[in-house]
Design a protein around this ligand. Sequence first.
Ligand SMILES: *Cc1c(COP(=O)(O)O)cnc(C)c1O
Length: 405
Amino acid sequence: MAYQDDRGRWFEGQGLWQHVPASDWQDWTWQLKNRITTLDQLEKLMVLTPEERRGVAFAGQKLALAITPYFFNLIDRADPQCPIRKQMIPREAEMIVSAEERLDSLGEDEHSPVPGLVHRYPDRVLFLVTDRCAAYCRYCTRSRLVSNAQDYNFHPEYEQGLRYIESHPEVRDVLLSGGDPLLLSDRKLEHLLSRLRAIPHVEFIRIGSRIPVFLPQRITPELCEIFRKYGPIWMSIHVNHPKEATAELRDACERLSFAGVPLGNQSVLLQGVNDDPEIMKALVHRLLRMRVRPYYLYQMDLITGGSHFKVDVRKGLEIIRALRGHTTGYAVPQYVIDAPGGGGKVPMNPEYVETMGEDAVVFRNYEGRRFEYPLKSTPVETATENLPEHAVSAVPRDTPSVLKD
Ligand SMILES: *Cc1c(COP(=O)(O)O)cnc(C)c1O
């Protein structure tokens, strides 16, 4: 499954929607209104495999089908193995539920002091502000509530959530997610961000969103102005495969960056999509070119009907080993498993240490060569009188000012 990175080329254009005026195409509300959501619409655009046809028929009871025209263009309609197709088009395998899978695999509902707010870690909360997304990933970790296909009837409680954060001074970090927070109107988003910014103990605000990937048209100058005004707002986008790194995504990331939004990426390791060191390397290189720092690589959560996407953890470790040292350190994400049942994210790292003794640690580098780092110091001679004078009486010429809150 070697991936040939088409260096320097970025997909752009209207593809199947050439007949649509560019002004409509660029309008995010047009993209939302014209999403592909039914079997009929899908079959007019492409030939489905029998597995996909049965999957689409079942999707309505699990997680709705929705694909923006912009993102649909990235599907290779001639290839059932297309990595974009696998992420977006339901397959029959979604109906197979394994014993270890759970609707709420991360135990989020048990850690919710108010509906839609998950307080798992000491200093930060996850604030689910909507149950809707621009398009639905078939491996969604919150398919229990997102799109409401399972009648979960999730209603975000903004006021309750904000009051909880206001009355918990230990919460210094708020992560807006859902659903996709960028589907909210500018007005609602501004309301939320201004309320959060007004809370003195909230130091860090971030948004988890796949909108730049599904709907880059949503990243308007007006939206960027809101981020600038209430910034710093950090953002984690979600790109899984280098094919998703289009000219449109690159431009949207640029608009966000120029508005002062630091960008990270979260990928999910998915069978037949990105479980390959070459694909992952092409992806992280493309991300850096778009000013996006790879942040997490997730082992897939044990959600119901997700086993056809599951990748062996050893493969994940092999991917990290293939990146670390072989390419830019900024390009290497942290591989994590979000502990089933609700233990939080735990790093999975390849083993470089061979022995950790009293006297030395012995380890291998990225090439497999062995090294030793002594833990004890063995003085040879004491010769301070031989040191140059400035090294002994070093007084800083300028006293740096200390950042005060
Ligand atoms: C992922 C997550 C966070 C954020 O974790 P970081 O490691 O700080 O990115 C916070 N709360 C919950 C419930 C999460 O799942």
